[in-house]
Design a protein around this ligand. Structure first.
Ligand SMILES: N[C@@H](CC(=O)c1ccccc1NC=O)C(=O)O
Length: 303
């Protein structure tokens, strides 16, 4: 695979951004996909590098696929954000390594710091030229980052893709409160957010999503894995209802549904929770879907 350029922005080894930029391109010609990996805010085995690896090798080194981004003469650039992690009970801290002791909003602070590096060094966002794509807790972080940007008067990304995302933290814990893995869910949520219920609610995109005052349209594509063994489909249903201001049971009548400045779409992909990023071709199919539903010059989607 092409070697990424690494930009560090803090003392912790995890505070960095990985970037794959095609050579000899001006910043104005680039269109960015920015990845945010998952791993329950704590899994040191899922990294910015191994998360992006399968899709980067498909998107940037396979000239037979037409994955050119929308817009005239745009070239794809990719970034993968790394952020500090919370402790993991079965992966003890190596005393010589950077600490894994992050608590909300540390993860989000790093995601936003990473986006800021891309903005300063590569001109990301100023011309509406990027999409955020987060998996599992990375999808939670993607919505939190959009909220923070809009609150700060910065433009939202052109699109947000949530892959098997966690959108309602309380419901996630409640839906897994029995069974062999009940402790796992409560433990990673406590590790990342603590015990305070209010913090869990306020950090949940299903809670704040409808209060983000977007100044321009943002396309949201929510993706579920049809064999997801870790995150239940209800998470997406709740988020859809939030973004569209509708009841949870309502059917969508067109591929893209607008509500205010949100443009909402959804798909499902085959396989389990992590298969969707472990198999680069699934990620590529999601990106191709996004290019179809992003509005073109005429403001219309091509589906
Ligand atoms: N591999 C993780 C588990 C994990 O990633 C996870 C488990 C259940 C629901 C969502 C998960 N990840 C979300 O980012 C761990 O070791 O804690």
């Amino acid at each position: 695979m092409m070697e990424p350029t690494i930009h560090k922005f803090g003392d912790n080894d995890l505070q960095k951004v990985l970037v794959w930029v095609p050579p000899e391109r001006s910043p104005e010609s680039l269109f960015w996909i920015v990845f945010i990996h998952g791993g329950a805010w704590r899994d040191p085995m899922i990294t910015a590098c191994n998360f992006a690896d399968p899709v980067v090798s498909k998107l940037l080194s396979n000239p037979t696929r037409d994955v050119t981004p929308p817009g005239k003469n745009k070239t794809l650039a990719i970034a993968s954000l790394s952020y500090r992690l919370s402790p993991h009970p079965s992966c003890p801290q190596d005393p010589d390594a950077s600490p894994r002791d992050a608590k909300h909003p540390d993860h989000l602070d790093d995601v936003c710091a990473g986006i800021d590096v891309l903005r300063r060094v590569y001109g990301l966002s100023n011309s509406d030229n990027y999409v955020l794509m987060g998996h599992s807790c990375g999808a939670t972080l993607a919505f939190q980052a959009v909220k923070r940007h809009v609150d700060a008067g910065l433009p939202a990304p052109r699109a947000l893709i949530g892959l098997a995302g966690i959108y309602d933290i309380k419901a996630l814990v409640r839906n897994h409160s029995t069974g062999p893995y009940a402790d796992v869910y409560e433990s990673f949520i406590r590790g990342a957010f603590g015990d305070d219920e209010k913090v869990r609610i306020e950090a949940s995109p299903s809670h704040f999503g409808s209060h983000i005052s977007l100044r321009s349209p943002c396309t949201v594509l929510l993706v579920v894995a049809d064999g997801d063994e870790l995150v239940e489909p209800e998470q997406r249903m709740t988020m859809r209802a939030t973004l569209l201001g509708i009841g949870e049971g309502l059917e969508l009548r067109s591929p893209v549904t607008s509500h205010g400045n949100w443009r909402y779409s959804e798909i499902s992909v085959p396989g389990g929770h992590d298969e969707m990023w472990e198999k680069g071709e699934i990620m590529v199919s999601v990106v191709e879907r996004l290019w179809k539903i992003l509005p073109g010059e005429d403001g219309e989607a091509r589906v």
